[in-house]
Structures are given as structure tokens and as C-alpha cells.
Design a protein around this ligand. Sequence first.
Ligand code: ADP
Ligand code: MG
Ligand code: MG
Length: 247
Amino acid sequence: MLKIQNLSATVDDGAKMILNQLSLSVPAGEVHAIMGPNGAGKSTLSYVLTGRDGYDVTDGSVTLNDEDLLEMDPEERAAAGVFLSFQYPLEIPGVPTLTFLRTAMNAQRKARGEAEISAPDFMKRARAVAKELKIAPEMLRRPLNVGFSGGEKKRMEIFQMMILEPTFIVMDETDSGLDVDALRVVADGVNALRAPDRGILIITHYQRLLDYIVPDAVHVLAGGTIKASGGADFAKTLETEGYDAYA
Ligand code: ADP
Ligand code: MG
Ligand code: MG
């Protein structure tokens, strides 16, 4: 599904190389975790995957279902179904959550050559998902994330993913600073989003989220490249032994 080969990327107009010949494959239906020390390049990888400005790819390739992701602009990647979940979700003052989501959904549909979803159909779907996630309808009328608690933001992010049904999800340190209840929301959401035609990449500094989401593979990212990989238990080894061996 997602195939990264020998990916190198720089910031600062090429002054600083962050990713260095990184290779990684996430097959459809699998959840992979990336762990690693601070400054390893984990966030940079997520930005490169979504096409953020200021991150320049200097070598390698990234394909999603055999389509060249690097050729696409950020909007095209979103339309292709790439969803990035941030540590600090975007706040969008003035725009009700539902309006924002329907716009995003229709942009995705348009890019796929599909007809727009009608307002009643969208509302029906939104209500069903909100009920499933125990989100009060009142919250969906508020501006996206503005004044939401950490847990509410996470619940809303899972809501967005369930509505938009991304092909590939990247979560960057989405568990940082969350209490156990919010962690549970994220974990239950990710587990519910597991699907045979969907890949999920979870970037995390800590092992604790992986107590609730059992990944199919765990990779160590250090010095801008994947240094080692293992199964779910590898996360526990890393937590106890640290990353010194991969410096
Ligand atoms: P991680 O998420 O693993 O902690 P990052 O990808 O955020 O690591 O950062 C990797 C390295 O790249 C760090 O040394 C960071 O300071 C540097 N870096 C990231 N973005 C920029 C930027 N825009 N300009 C300069 N340096 C950057
Ligand atoms: Mg960091
Ligand atoms: Mg980071």
C-alpha cells in the first residue's frame, strides 16, 4: 500500500538533511508504529508524506497504491485519502465543524470524480458516527477544535477519520499529553478504523499507546532512517532499553 524507498529530505532550503535514505513499507490492512528519539525526523517524515511546504525531497520515492505521492500537491494527497493526525489539531475559528467536514468530504469526492454528498445524506452519516463516538450534536455546530479539551479534540479527529474514510492514516505523536481516557478514545478509534484496504502509521515517542493498539510491526527511526524493525513486542524492548543503541 504505502511504499517508501530511499527517501531523503532537507529543510532550510537544502541546508539541513533530515531524512536520509529511509525505506519503509506498510501493507494494506496493517498498522505500523514508528518510535525513536527526539529529533530523529519522525515529524519530518509525516510532513513529507503530506507534502508540507518547506520540506524538500532530494532522493527516493513514495507511492500509495502504486500512485506517486510526491508528484501530488497537498490537496491532491488529501483527496487520494492521506490523512495526517497532528499532536495539536488545527483550530478553525468561525467555521462550524460540520461545515468544515462536509467541505473536506466534497473536495475529496470531487477529486475522485464523484458527485457531492447532499446535505441531508451528510447529516444522516454525521449523526450516526457522532452517536457511535458519543459526541454531542451540539459540539458539531461549534467551530472546529476551538476551545475543545484535549480529549474532545481527539474524539473529533477520530470522528473526522470515520467520516472521511482515509486510505492511509499517519498519526504523529497524537498520544502526547493525553490522559488514559483520551488515550482509550484514540486507541478504540484506531482499532475501529483498521480495515483490509487501509494502512495506518502511528508515530509515537512512548510505548503506552501500543498497549491498546497492537501494531503489526514496530520500526525505530533514528538519524533520519529506519534502523531496526520488529513485532509488537519490540516496542516494549525499546521502552526499557531506550534508543542509545541506535544513535
Ligand atoms: P522528531 O519528530 O523525531 O522529534 P523532527 O522531524 O521534528 O524530529 O525534527 C528532526 C530534526 O530536524 C530536528 O533536529 C529538528 O530541529 C530539525 N528540523 C525540523 N524542521 C526544521 C526546520 N523547518 N528547519 C530547521 N530544522 C528543522
Ligand atoms: Mg520532536
Ligand atoms: Mg515530532
